[in-house]
Design a protein around this ligand. Sequence first.
Ligand code: GLN
Length: 221
Amino acid sequence: KLKVGVLALQGAFIEHIHILQRLPQVSLAIPVRNTDQLSLVDALIIPGGESTTIALVAERSGLLEPLREFVRSKPTWGTCAGMILLANEVTQVKEGGQKLLGGLDITVTRNKFGSQIDSFEAPLHIQHVTTKAENDDDIYSLFPAVFIRAPVISQINSPDVKVIARLEHSIGDTDASTIVAVRQDHLLATAFHPELTKDDRMHQYFVNLALESLGKRRKVA
Ligand code: GLN
């Protein structure tokens, strides 16, 4: 059984906790606001919200270093703003820069769809999460992905990073395929907000990933 924390400094954390509480493999789902709470959990979700605010509050609460430490070895999933914080590199930051936790060898571009569309929902095929339907006329049981002032993964900087979902869309007249979900070892990142839908398959995927990577670590130790 897995103890999961959700970083609760700002943003959409309650929704993540509600979904986690429904999953049979999760024995504890708690908000994390300090190092004591962080030390209770095996895995962490960093929610969507405003990445600059989350980083600022984390710094003020003395959580920045403990979080960096956690992310280095323990399963962590960043959604939207959380994905920005898990990136090693971010473009389109305001002056003064932005504190990151890092861990994922990706470059993220903030507010990618911002100027055109603020938020939208798109059906996505996600590797290992959505499955091709057996008979249903060759369609996927697609995941309803909600994007809100979403960042995108503009560059993959290591072969260890596995792309698990792309969004096919158009920019003007040209078709584009943008990376919106990746996995690298014990780290997971999605540009969208799976906690805002009733679909818990993405959470289930993260819990399995976490149990698997913690199991491996125990064997090595
Ligand atoms: N635009 C936000 C940021 O840059 C992310 C939006 C979100 O998490 N929904 O931090």
